[in-house]
Design a protein around this ligand. Structure first.
Ligand code: FAQ
Length: 316
């Protein structure tokens, strides 16, 4: 038996061969440091997005029009909290603690999705988050379900299942408005105008300007590129919106018979860069709300830590 230590080249060749065979990489397996780093970065940002993403819709819970709409919205927002939990757990399998990740978020050092830094001035915005934001999230996450890292890929099964239901609640709410009064229809169209470009940006920088894409693709963390996912989302959602008389705010949007895809105007990626650096319409408000929630939850974490300590202390 060969007992010598394997070289880095041998380890990475075997690692890449496993990915090429479609095997999943699991927490205790050997992996290059850069693969681990990329995953912690991406899963951490994903987890933060889920919990910051509770805020723009959460503010509408007290104002939801009617008991059933309120119940549905509460359930949706709670689902997002659960997704955050699952994702923090998945990131922890790579060696970074949830506390560290949360600290980075609260100190403004960690990123979360651009899209949650925009306001929700009307009830129609709640529907648009479901239809567009959850819609784009599912397109991305169905791809992540095929990712090479086992815990991340498996977490997507439940997340995609629940987020597909969130899309339906957004569509149901908006279709009611679109077939309601003229004013309600206009509210739905205005919300679409507000959310269209931020949602397209949500799927990442264009491939030509994405510093991470090459590694993520090479190691099967992503099996499609940001631009491919953006096109897939547009091809899916444009006919849905048009079928109820809603029109994305893009004068150059048309179906190209030759390519079989919808042609669209790219969003302003300079705006994306500004928003993720902290200069969006609601960044400050979102971070203040997260910090307040963290402070208000401190007593729960302390009580749990005491209970854990008591359970683990040797009996006398
Ligand atoms: N927002 O090379 P790329 C949801 C950053 S879940 C913020 O393109 P990458 C559920 C990027 O981090 C939504 N930052 O990066 C829900 C990087 O910064 P770094 C979240 C962005 O990783 C629904 C730099 O720019 N989903 O919505 C964005 O290949 C409703 C270079 O960019 C996920 O997180 C952006 N849009 O692609 C909840 C899915 N775009 O790290 C509540 C997993 C780029 O160098 C209500 N994540 N940046 O400092 C991903 O697929 C990717 O990480 C992307 C970014 C697509 C977000």
């Amino acid at each position: 038996m060969d007992v010598r230590e394997r070289t880095y080249e041998e380890k990475i060749t075997e690692f890449e061969a496993r990915i090429a065979r479609g095997e999943k990489i699991e927490p205790g397996d050997w992996m290059p440091d850069e693969y681990r780093k990329q995953l912690i970065r991406m899963i951490g940002q994903h987890a933060h997005s889920e919990i910051v993403g509770m805020l723009p819709e959460g503010k509408w819970i007290p104002h939801a029009p009617g008991f059933r709409r309120k119940l549905t919205l509460i359930a949706k927002v709670q689902d997002e909290a659960g997704h955050g939990q699952l994702l923090y757990r998945a990131a922890e399998t790579l060696g970074k603690s949830r506390e560290e990740m949360l600290e980075e978020l609260l100190e403004g050092k960690a990123k979360y999705s651009n899209v949650f830094n925009y306001p929700t001035p009307t009830w129609a915005d709640v529907g648009m988050i479901g239809w567009l934001v959850d819609g784009a999230a599912v397109v991305n996450q169905r791809m992540i379900a095929k990712s090479s890292y086992g815990p991340y890929a498996r977490a997507m099964k439940r997340i995609c299942f629940e987020e597909s239901f969130h899309i339906k609640q957004g569509q149901d709410l908006l279709i009611k408005m679109v077939y309601g009064t003229e004013e309600q229809k206009q509210m739905a169209q205005d919300a679409l105008n507000r959310w269209w470009h931020p949602t397209l940006m949500m799927l990442g920088m264009p491939d030509s300007d994405s510093p991470h894409l090459e590694k993520l693709k090479r190691w099967g963390v992503k099996v499609k590129t940001n631009d491919e996912l953006r096109q897939e989302f547009i091809d899916l959602v444009v006919p849905q919106l048009k079928s109820v008389g809603l029109n994305p705010p893009d004068d150059n949007l048309y179906y190209d018979e030759k390519t079989g895809h919808w042609h669209f105007t790219e969003p302003d990626y300079n705006e994306l860069k500004r928003v993720i650096k902290g200069d969006g319409p609601c960044n400050k408000e979102r971070m203040e709300a997260r910090r307040k929630a963290h402070e208000e939850g401190r007593w729960v974490r302390q009580a749990l830590a005491v209970a854990k300590h008591k359970r683990e202390a040797p009996a006398v």
